[in-house]
Design a protein around this ligand. Structure first.
Ligand SMILES: [Zn+2]
Length: 237
């Protein structure tokens, strides 16, 4: 009989899942009642950059000379097989929108004492192409941006920037090819709502920066806007 093949450990896990069905977004272990999204050890392991207190941080350097911007920061280091990669994977591919909200909240809390964040008028997530948005059911960057907006008391909206093309996978292209591929990938809707504002563009992870740059180019076409960048992760090789 199949039942007899279940080990005591499996049985214990099953019972535990009954009482604590929520799983850690980092290691998939069941969370205890006091834990939220991450277990206590994963929560402590998140490799924070503390870039917000560094004017010339690596995120700033990645955008330097490419497009005019005010400030740029990333919350944590994104490494191959690292905790943040697991978390962002859960957010993007496993329906863990709560992971995005959690990371957005922690990021925003780390920024509350940063002076420049007070000058931001609007938070805009990098939009997905609508085909991807529809298949995933949500934009992972909007989950992050929304939570940041709530903590910071700044409006976050996904309604003003549209993505014309799905350009997500272009890691094999050269920088020049990527830039060409990105041209016209984003469009602005209701530009008057953005006019004269300091806009914080938010994304899940910064690698080459070409997607964020293309999004910023589109936003920059609006009269008198100022742009800053914030990403949860920064890819470090
Ligand atoms: Zn964990």
């Amino acid at each position: 009989m199949a039942m007899a093949l279940i080990s005591l450990t499996e049985l214990k896990q099953g019972i535990s899942h009954l009482f604590y069905p929520r799983l850690c977004g980092g290691c998939d272990k069941p969370l205890v009642a006091t834990e939220e999204v991450l277990c206590i050890s994963c929560a402590a392991e998140l490799p924070e950059t503390n870039y917000h207190s560094e004017a010339d941080n690596e995120t700033v350097l990645r955008f330097s000379g490419r497009i005019p911007f005010q400030h740029a920061t990333s919350y944590a280091y994104f490494t191959e097989d690292g905790l943040l990669q697991h978390l962002l994977h859960a957010l993007k591919y496993r329906g863990r929108k709560d992971v995005g909200r959690y990371l957005g909240r922690r990021f925003a809390e780390s920024l509350t004492d940063t002076e420049w964040i007070r000058t931001v008028d609007l938070i805009i997530p990098v939009p997905l192409h609508r085909s991807k948005d529809a298949s995933r059911g949500y934009n992972q960057s909007m989950a992050i941006a929304g939570a940041m907006g709530t903590v910071l008391g700044i409006t976050a909206t996904g309604n003003n920037v549209l993505r014309n093309r799905d350009t997500e996978s272009q890691t094999r292209k050269s920088r020049a090819e990527r830039a060409a591929n990105m041209e016209g990938a984003f469009a602005i809707k209701n530009a008057e709502e953005l006019e004269g504002k300091h806009i914080l563009i938010v994304d899940d992870v910064l690698t080459t920066g070409s997607t964020l740059e293309a999004c910023a180019v589109a936003v920059s076409a609006v009269k008198n806007v100022k742009i800053s960048f914030a990403t949860i992760g920064i890819a470090i090789s």
